[in-house]
Design a binder for this molecule. Sequence first.
Ligand code: DHB
Length: 391
Amino acid sequence: MHKRTLFRSALAAAALAACGLSFADDNVFKIGLILPMTGQQATTGRQIEAAAKLWMAQNGDTVAGKKVQLIVKDDTSLPDVTRRLAQELVVNEKVNVLAGMGITPSALAVAPIATQSKTPLVVMAAATSSITEASPFVVRSSFTLPQVSVALADWAPKNGIKTVVTLVSDYGPGIDAEKYFSERFLFNGGKVADKLRVPLRNPDFAPFLQKVRDLKPDAMFVFVPSGAGAAVMKQFAERGMDKAGIRLIGTGDVTDDDQLGDMGDVALGVVTSHHYSAAHPSPVNKKFVADFEKANKGLRPNFMAVGGYDGMRIIYDALKKTGGKGGGEALLGAMKGQIFESPRGPVFIDAQTRDIVQNVYLRKVEKKDGQLYNVEFDVIKDVKDPGKSRK
Ligand code: DHB
């Protein structure tokens, strides 16, 4: 009798423990945020992590009765590491969402894991057009290079730029930028004197800039990933290219708000096209910038931060809508079609493509209160990724 009672209570305890465990698990919602926190792309990781934490500080960590847990992993921007971390997060941590993806090769490495495990993958940084087509579980909160490149190719010929040399990082987003800028520029009657591609890893811009100098185009169109702009700008000035009458234009990655404050006067007057400027004059952005700077010792948020902040919002709203029921597929469904006002302006997650539709701004670097900013002077509204309609 005694034995039986003991056995029974042991069983009950085990059941309770199991119950408690599943109770705890059901009430936690895990976001696996994989970012480059060290290495060449570390500023991207720092910006996105800070923005994700700001979102949570402003909106709480309980959504639809669940405790949101952010698990940040450093992939050092090596895609093999990103893949391994994503696998561990899905299998061991059983994350509900994968997010982050500092560079295109990382996003492409994780896409098959998202598909197989039916886990939504919120791409907050990487910006090659084709990423959303690598998995039906990808949703993008950043931008695409085709989306932001075309506007500049319309602006340039109307502003005295007839010949251009393109200089891009030699991988997905650079090749997208080169293609979409050049095609549109040619269509508008411009001439592309040469197309130069610089390695992504440890780039030495000097020989490429020398080549541009020798070709003497009206302008050099640049795409380099976030974090590399200051080096381009410095070497451009050192070679006296601005004094030789060559203008620097590019996508806003080159006048990245993370670095712009320290670029010096060589950046003054540089015209770029992009989806976000810390100087965007909306009340939503002013509050975002002030709160971000306050929480991060004066660090200015850049376009990566906005991708992270909006990505968190997309996840939170999808969790609110589904109450966490229905797993990854329901969550994905609730991410599609979201419309909201971002610090960058109005945005929309196209339900068909799962890519972001947003305004693209033309901006010029100017001094505001003694600091350099990308000041917006024109806008093209609700721009879809032009990369999608081609395929
Ligand atoms: C990518 C990375 C960047 O830092 C950037 O500014 C744009 C694109 C990318 O790898 O997709």
